[in-house]
Design a protein around this ligand. Structure first.
Ligand SMILES: Nc1ncnc2c1ncn2[C@@H]1O[C@H](COP(=O)(O)OP(=O)(O)O)[C@@H](O)[C@H]1O
Ligand SMILES: [Mg+2]
Length: 430
């Protein structure tokens, strides 16, 4: 007997009342199986949900590898990040056989176990402490133009935040001249912030010529900038950024965790420290030494601190824009959707910063939000009414994922040996 090819299944009989509830073409398309397993997609019948920002970027599904993770305290944000890192750093590499590189800005001091598990260096930064990083030390980049741009961008962001006002055109220009002078005439070691402060007090003749003022006049005009830098150099935040780095970071290694918990309780200090630390990381990432760049994650936990001021929100936005150039997936973690509306001076600037950040972030992981955030979720994140209404209903560990134009509702799964990485409940209970 000739058996026809194909699938052979037992015949199934049902009433039209039951069959009327079957929607065979209703399953979500999902993101495919490339990437690491994070949990189950409840929109595609509980199928495995796998994700890797770099893979989707390479496939053209995403035009930016950045991610935003939003959710109430305790909703499971850090768990999403830690399990993603733990699984992808262990399993997926980078082109050229390099390992993935991970940098975490950890304002709550909760990544120690993750650092241990992934072999990341753990650096504890605290005022008056012994670990120093020099935001101007330029990593291993040898390109003077890259160095100049990075250093200027960073020092302008720091001083703007320290002064809590926009820089005058002269202050802005003078910082650029000072950084150029320090970058063009290397002194056997990378410049430090104190070198810049010294040049502002005692400008070079070239700086004086460029300003059109006399040397004492220029020094007087720049005194506020110098005094502002003093906060990091000899006042309350000294001992973290005021000298040569005490650590060297191997860009070909695994990466690092910067524990910032010592300044967590002071939002302004945290903001400054985050700007200085991301600037330092940026310079490491900019200088991958010409070879193929590894795929890198930069995790910015508690990113609301940077969003709390217009200057630093703009800095963050610029950092996100650079992600593609440096092969970095930024993973920003914040609480409320309204955090994205930085407390900027006027509505237009605010809207622009939020829109710019979101435009460079095509993966949004939305965990539980209060009902008061639903309207903003629709407006800012472009959710449908049904998607936005889902947010207050999400249980711990469950998230609405928007990945470019794809949608999933994921129940995140924690493996038994991952509990020590994520169990912040247990730590709080101690
Ligand atoms: N997917 C999950 N499965 C089981 N428990 C979870 C899950 N996500 C979070 N939790 C629990 O919730 C706690 C808080 O999660 P966490 O990720 O630290 O929250 P958040 O970063 O949003 O404040 C964790 O310590 C864990 O006990
Ligand atoms: Mg957290």
């Amino acid at each position: 007997m000739i058996v026809p090819p194909g699938l052979r299944l037992p015949r199934h009989r049902a009433t039209t009342a039951n069959l009327g509830a079957v929607y065979p073409f209703q399953a979500s398309q999902g993101l495919g199986a490339r990437g690491v397993y994070l949990g189950n997609d409840l929109l595609s019948g509980g199928g495995a949900f796998c994700y890797d920002p770099f893979e989707l970027y390479t496939q053209g599904v995403l035009t930016s590898p950045n991610m935003l993770v939003l959710g109430e305290i305790g909703s499971g944000k850090s768990t999403v990040v830690k399990t993603l890192l733990n699984r992808s750093v262990g399993v997926l590499g980078s082109p050229g056989g390099l390992p993935r590189w991970t940098a975490v800005l950890d304002p709550k001091g909760e990544y120690e176990a993750t650092a241990e598990s992934l072999g990341l260096a753990l650096l504890r930064l605290r005022p008056g402490g012994t670990t120093r990083i020099n935001p101007l030390d330029g990593g291993t980049s040898t390109d003077p133009d890259t160095l100049l741009t990075e250093r200027t961008r960073l020092i302008v962001a720091l001083v703007t935040e320290l002064l809590d006002r926009a820089l005058t055109p002269l202050e802005d220009a003078a910082l650029g001249w000072a950084v150029a002078a320090l970058t063009r005439s290397p002194r056997g070691r990378p410049p430090v912030l104190a070198d810049a402060a010294r040049l502002l007090a005692d400008p070079t003749s070239e700086m004086v010529d460029q300003s059109g003022l006399t040397a004492p006049e220029l020094a007087r005009e720049l005194a506020p900038v110098r005094h502002a830098l003093g906060k990091l150099l000899d006042r309350d935040l000294r001992g973290m950024f005021d000298g040569p780095s005490t650590v060297t970071v191997n860009p070909g290694g695994r990466g690092l965790v910067l524990d910032l918990s010592a300044v967590h309780s002071d939002p302004r200090a945290l903001r400054l420290v985050m700007v200085a630390a991301t600037g330092w990381l940026q310079s490491i990432m900019a200088g991958s030494g010409g070879g193929p760049a590894p795929r890198r994650y930069q995790v910015l936990e508690e990113v609301w601190a940077l969003l709390g001021s217009e200057h630093t929100a703009k800095y963050l936005q610029a950092t996100f824009k650079l992600a593609r150039a440096y092969g970095v997936a930024n993973i920003a973690v914040a609480h409320r959707i309204s955090d994205l509306q930085a407390q900027a001076d006027d509505g237009t600037a605010t809207a622009k910063v939020a829109a710019g950040l979101l435009a460079d972030t095509q993966t949004r992981v939305l965990l539980r939000q209060g009902p008061d955030q639903v309207a903003q979720a629709r407006g800012l994140l472009g959710l449908t009414a049904a998607e936005a209404a889902l947010l207050p209903e999400l249980a711990q560990g469950r998230a609405l994922w928007k990945v470019a134009d794809r949608t999933a509702v994921v129940q995140h799964r924690v493996a038994p040996d991952e509990w020590p990485l994520i169990d912040t409940n247990a730590r709080l209970a101690l």
